[in-house]
Design a protein around this ligand. Structure first.
Ligand code: DX5
Ligand code: ZN
Length: 218
């Protein structure tokens, strides 16, 4: 299981230290919120560009914004490894995927909890990642929505039917904890985003990351 800590749950006054604390993670999850697509506001390209100098880990920018089609180049210039777009916020998905990939950047597509998997039908083989939201996006520390577990399993079956070379990873975002990560893994996720479960762990971030991985290996 790959672990992508979300710095949304870190101390914003000390993000350099937050990155140093998650050196054993697989990538960094950057929750970009615009106050329109979601009710919360976080950060954008300048902050991501600053963070880029503090770690070698890949960066995934989860764009919870209404204007991804006009601003995605700014995130590429800031140094992201992958851009994850919300299907609910993009009008011309095919164009956006191609423009992003032509820039040499990986593409992920995020689905809100109630958005059906059928929206992925045409684009699935073009993607590097599908991000299944297991909370309503906007805030960290929410509870995992139980019906998403079955959605993970259904997406796993659909992806396993694709050619091996075109299979995107499945990542699950929201409410992931030590209590549910094993079940999420069994349902077929390759990666989880974890905010509170990493940055809120009393035993420290790197221990929490190791523990979450162990729970899936068991
Ligand atoms: C929710 C964000 C998530 C969130 C995860 O809108 O996309 O990445 O920060 O935080 P936890 O793990 O605390 O649910
Ligand atoms: Zn996220």
């Amino acid at each position: 299981m790959l672990i992508a800590p979300s710095i949304l749950a870190a101390d914003f006054s000390n993000l350099g230290a937050a990155l140093a604390a998650i050196g054993n993670a697989d990538e960094v999850h950057l929750d970009v919120m615009d106050g329109h697509f979601v009710p919360n506001l976080t950060f954008g390209p300048p902050l991501i560009a600053s963070l880029r100098k503090h770690t070698e880990l890949p960066f995934d920018a989860h764009l919870m914004v209404t204007n991804a089609e006009t601003c995605f180049q700014d995130y590429i210039r800031a140094g992201v490894t992958r851009l994850t777009f919300h299907v609910e916020a993009v009008s011309h998905l095919d164009s956006l995927i191609h423009a992003t990939k032509s820039a040499g950047i990986e593409v992920g597509i995020a689905l809100n909890p109630t958005t059906p998997l059928t929206v992925l039908e045409q684009v699935l083989p073009m993607l590097d990642l599908v991000l299944l939201m297991s909370v309503n996006p906007g805030f960290g520390g929410q509870k995992f929505i139980p019906y998403v577990m079955d959605k993970i399993a259904r997406l796993r079956r659909i992806i396993d039917d694709l050619d091996a070379a075109t299979r995107p990873r499945i990542s699950v975002d929201g409410g992931v904890t030590a209590a549910n990560i094993a079940e999420i893994s069994r349902a077929g996720a390759d990666m989880v985003v974890a905010g509170s479960a990493v940055f809120g762990a009393p035993e420290g971030c790197s221990h929490a990351i190791r523990h979450l991985k162990q729970l899936c290996a068991a």
